[in-house]
Design a binder for this molecule. Structure first.
Ligand code: GAP
Length: 514
């Protein structure tokens, strides 16, 4: 589905609003509306239970957003959590230097795709796209250029070589999309952490950061958790919470936000076993996405070319967002970097006694880290569909439907009296609503024709609609309509809860992970 349609659907149906919209909004900050918050909570519940409930050796915590400032010195964020920034002197617009170069590469890729599509039409069924890319001089030229720029960019980023980044922008003659000029400042490092000040301490001493990742709250609590829950290695600590990054490029809706939520799990292991666990978590995480209904072809692994300062192996799970394949989740083998750094700066031992090896050591860590908001965008963009279906009179009509997995749908069932002005129908429907609302998030709706009410529920992803009609008053039966198949069945009121429960249950979804 077109990205603009996804964004406008989210607003129109109460999933996501821009923050402080009446003041023209705040860039890259968003609020979740009534259906958005339910969907996001359900995604978080699925993640949380898959970690802490399905693994007896994973426990959860909820650490504070503020942490001792030394935390961020130890983790490397004060010195190394930077993005390269460049300003255009004519438009006064600020850009990420690496993103300008990536956008240039994406344009070349666009040219390649255009040529390939044209050639495919020309040659028909016998067309071999890979062979064409290797042999057509113009297309090969583009591809070689993309590869050359890519490796130059990766090296400049790994070496944090700002003059080289500026040189790449100059060599490629990249112009500012706003002013059209090539009048650039030098490329400078920009630290992404927001900071604030403690009330009672002036100056640098009282400087506090808003955490840029939730992981550090887990590292500093490693021994507290291990001792209080008597865990043996390997074991994991999971956490869901807000993180803050002063992103230079704020675009693509909730993909890149300045305030967002992470779902992170740090898995503490014996040194030397990290590759085995890295592989395990890569497989587990893909399984989690697929069980929720994300098509496998929309997911792929992407190995990091320039590793973060803490990692010895790192991979992204990329998802095919409406604007292309981009990072959805990261899986990182962080070695003993973080615990060792905290040990050094705090002066407190962060070691584990391994009874099997009969030795003390600082554990290694493999982490899985996914943004709840990116997962939300992935779920919405997978499930939002426009399709043609027969309407009540059997005529073809189009509908917008959100085919979310029932376990994460914000509303599980809508209760609809056939007619609004028949008191006996509405009071029976309200009675059924009361009964169902003990078990599920439900909605009662009596306004407009039944067909329009079905469409409203389709648009917010409600898997079941229950209709109360005159037969209900006679024999205590209702019709239940399935969002995806549109099949309507007549069933007894006392069977409703059991039938719906089976379909929307989180346990059934979790069972796919075993
Ligand atoms: N602890 C490791 C860590 O934070 P990361 O790759 O920087 O790694 C992990 O972030 C995940 O957090 C990303 O895969 C993404 O889903 C999410 N994320 C990162 N920055 C984000 C932003 N500005 N807006 C929304 N989500 C973001």
């Amino acid at each position: 589905m077109d990205f603009k349609k996804v964004v406008s659907h989210c607003k129109e149906y109460g999933f996501i609003f821009q923050s402080s919209e009446i003041y023209d909004g705040l860039a890259a900050v968003y609020d979740y509306g009534p259906y958005g918050v339910q969907l996001k909570n359900n995604i978080k519940e699925y993640w949380w239970k898959s970690m802490t409930q399905l693994h007896e050796n994973i426990v959860g915590i909820d650490a504070s957003i503020f942490m001792h400032p030394k935390t961020w010195k130890a983790s490397g964020h004060v010195d190394a959590f930077n993005d390269p920034m460049v300003d255009n002197k004519d438009s006064n617009k600020r850009y990420r230097a690496d993103v300008l170069v990536e956008d240039y590469m994406a344009k070349l890729e666009g040219k390649v795709n255009k040529e390939v599509t044209k050639a495919a039409k020309r040659f028909g069924e016998t067309f071999d796209a890979d062979m064409y890319k290797e042999t057509n001089p113009r297309v090969k030229g583009y591809l070689d250029k993309i590869a050359e720029i890519g490796s130059r960019l990766a090296k400049a980023m790994t070496d944090a070589n700002m003059p080289e980044l500026k040189k790449i922008i100059e060599d490629l003659e990249i112009a500012c999309p706003v002013s059209g000029s090539r009048n650039w400042t030098d490329v400078r490092q920009f630290n992404l952490m927001f900071n604030t000040q403690l009330g009672n301490i002036a100056g640098e001493e009282g400087k506090l950061y808003l955490r840029p990742e939730t992981a550090q709250g887990i590292f500093v609590n490693f021994l507290n958790v291990q001792k209080s829950t008597r865990q043996k290695l390997p074991f994991g600590i999971a956490q869901i919470g807000k993180a803050f990054r002063n992103e230079i490029v704020a675009r693509q809706f909730i993909f890149r936000m300045r305030e967002f939520e992470q779902m992170e799990m740090q898995f503490f292991i014996a040194p030397g076993t990290e590759m085995e666990w890295y592989k395990y978590w890569k497989e587990m995480r893909i399984k989690w996405h697929v069980a929720l209904g994300t098509p496998e072809e929309k997911l792929r692994f992407h190995d990091h070319e320039n590793l973060a300062h803490y990692a010895n192996a790192a991979v992204d799970i990329q998802f095919d967002f409406p604007f292309g394949f981009k990072e959805l989740e990261g899986i990182h083998s962080r070695t003993d970097f973080d615990l060792k750094q905290h040990q050094e700066l705090s002066g407190k031992k962060l070691q584990y006694f391994d009874p099997e090896r009969n030795e003390n050591y600082v554990p290694y860590v493999v982490e899985t880290s996914i943004g709840a908001d990116r997962m939300f965008l992935s779920a919405i963009s997978t499930s939002l569909q426009e399709e043609t279906v027969p309407d009540a009179d059997g005529k073809e009509s189009s509908r917008i439907v959100l085919k979310l997995h029932p376990a994460i749908a914000p509303i599980k069932v809508a209760v609809l009296p056939l007619l609004k002005n028949k008191e006996e129908l509405t009071s029976k429907a309200k009675e059924i609503y009361k009964l169902l609302s003990l078990h599920f998030p439900c909605q009662y709706d009596e306004k407009d024709a039944i067909g329009r009410r079905y469409r409203r529920q389709d648009a917010i992803g409600t898997p079941y609609c229950v209709t109360i009609d005159f037969d209900t008053l006679e024999d205590d039966t209702v019709t239940i309509r399935d969002r995806d198949t549109l099949v309507q069945k007549r069933i007894k009121i006392n069977e409703l809860t059991g039938i719906i429960e089976k379909e929307v249950s989180m346990s059934l979804l979790l069972a796919k992970l075993l």
